[in-house]
Design a protein around this ligand. Structure first.
Ligand code: BG6
Length: 477
């Protein structure tokens, strides 16, 4: 079903995100018939380029990142016809009247700020100054949304001068992932899990986002951020919220975001010995972290593991172990809910198995529930643990397993005006308020990250973090 006709302006329209994600994503939505035929996409950037040249740029982006077999022949031309380009200076006056001339009335107007946060305020100001927005216009802003509480508050203030909160779409692309949304479906669409979803029955929860890639060409940005700012403050925090939040009264943007906010506000401060920071070493011909960022003394972490507590009625006493890192053994994102042991096993020691529910976010999206059964055969009442395994691709078939990329889903939500999968300003601020003291602590102590081998499961200290609590991480495979 097509969304309403729209004009989408992408500031940073020739940037990396536009090339890799936004434009190919829009193309896939066009092929799927969801982007209306009269929708328009206007790339805006500082460099000189004609609309014809921009169409070539878009065609190349689609060829490189558009995905396999997306579309019928000839559709690309139809898509490219929807593209325009304006040269614009975010901090000056160049190009703004051209944009005014291009924009149509009576369609949804959306402005994607795919640029650094230092330009958010300037763009917001010029959009209103040139009369480009009305009460129904939307702006989309990318992470990083600030680098600490002060900068995030300043950004929120700058945007609030020109836009209402209901017009601001702060992207965390993890919320657009199919399986991440499935966390809510699994929790609140089944009778089975929710009664057990608390510290009485759950021993602990592990959240892992492991990547095989290094910092690549993003060293300059990454070295100022580190895994804490780049991944934990946003993506892992969102996963934690969806796993830990109370059931919202309905699937409605503010009902969901109110509950997530309560989780963030209930997070305990993290003590230093509950955190392990790591930095990867060189491997084969691949550079070490420090070589990749060009600073032989960098103290930025490319890995982090931490033990987090939530002080509320549901979760007090159940630790959440979070870890994420680059150049690890495998690309694997997974949430594992480890249930407690039985109060009493009628089978004696043989019965000491635990149930584990693992939700695989990527790759091989699916859900596995470990259950205890009798070992087959005449050998007596010996028990074993077997997986009840559901892979989305297998269960739903290759067409059923939705391949929609997070960005394309989220952009369509912007046009539909649905903010459920976007972060609210107070949520982002609360996340920084929790993260700031941790980062300040490292800076004050001159904390040096542990090294780990590229291609490994991370620093050994992370193993010890759980071993101290007589627990073990799930293998990253
Ligand atoms: C981005 C981070 O937000 O998420 C990157 O800046 C990271 O460092 C990426 O690699 C991971 O996203 P995905 O979708 O590949 O898991």
């Amino acid at each position: 079903i097509p969304v309403d006709p729209f004009d989408l302006v992408i500031f940073g329209g020739t940037g990396d995100l536009a090339r890799r994600k936004i434009l190919p994503g829009l193309f896939r939505r066009f092929c799927a018939g969801q982007m209306p035929k009269d929708a328009r996409v206007i790339g805006a950037a500082r460099g000189d380029m004609s609309s014809a040249e921009y169409r070539e740029f878009v065609a190349e982006a689609v060829a490189e990142f558009g995905g396999e077999g997306a579309c019928e022949d000839g559709t690309l031309d139809g898509f490219l016809e929807r593209m325009e380009f304006v040269t614009i200076d975010a901090r000056g006056d160049t190009g703004w009247t051209d944009l005014v001339t291009l924009m149509r009335d009576d369609v949804v107007r959306a402005f994607y700020f795919s640029v650094g946060p230092s330009l958010f305020g300037d763009l917001a100001e010029r959009l209103t100054k040139h009369g480009l927005t009305d009460a129904d216009s939307r702006i989309v802003v990318e992470k990083p949304f600030g680098r600490d509480l002060d900068t995030a508050q300043a950004l929120n203030r700058d945007l609030a001068k020109h836009f209402d909160e209901r017009q601001i779409y702060r992207i965390d692309h993890y919320l657009g992932k199919e399986t991440v949304q499935n966390l809510m479906a699994v929790r609140f669409g089944n009778m089975l899990f929710e009664p057990l979803w608390n510290s009485q029955y759950v021993d602990h929860i592990q959240i892992t986002v492991a990547e095989t890639v290094g910092v690549g060409g993003r060293g300059e940005y990454y070295d100022k951020s580190g895994a804490m700012r780049d991944m934990v403050q946003n993506h892992l925090m969102q996963l934690l919220c969806l796993i830990a939040m109370e059931p919202p009264s309905k699937f409605d943007p503010d009902a969901v975001r109110d509950e997530k906010l309560k989780v963030i506000r209930a997070l305990d401060a993290v003590v230093p010995h509950h955190i392990v920071r790591g930095q990867y070493e060189a491997e084969g011909g691949d550079p070490s972290y420090r070589e990749a960022v060009g600073d032989a003394r960098s103290r930025t972490e490319s890995y982090i593991a931490m033990k987090v507590g939530i002080s509320n009625w549901r979760w007090a006493g159940t630790p959440f172990y979070l870890r994420t890192g680059k150049r690890l053994k495998a690309r694997s994102s997974e949430i594992v809910v480890v249930f407690k042991e039985l109060n009493h096993s009628i089978f004696g020691e043989a019965g000491e198995h635990r149930n584990e529910l693992s939700i695989r976010l990527q790759p091989n999206e699916g859900i596995t529930l470990g259950v205890t059964i009798k070992e087959p055969g005449p050998g007596g009442m010996r028990l074993m643990n077997v997986p009840l395994d559901m892979s989305f691709a297998e269960a739903l078939g290759p067409d059923g397993a939705d391949q929609t990329d997070a960005y394309e889903r989220l952009i369509m939500d912007v046009i539909r005006g649905n903010q459920t999968l976007f972060m609210r300003g107070d949520e982002v601020e609360a996340a920084w308020a929790w993260t700031d003291p941790i980062i300040h602590g490292w800076e004050a102590r001159g904390d040096v990250p542990k090294t780990y081998d590229a291609g490994s499961e991370g620093p050994v200290d992370a193993v010890q973090l759980l071993a101290r609590d007589t627990r073990v991480w799930r293998k990253v495979t």
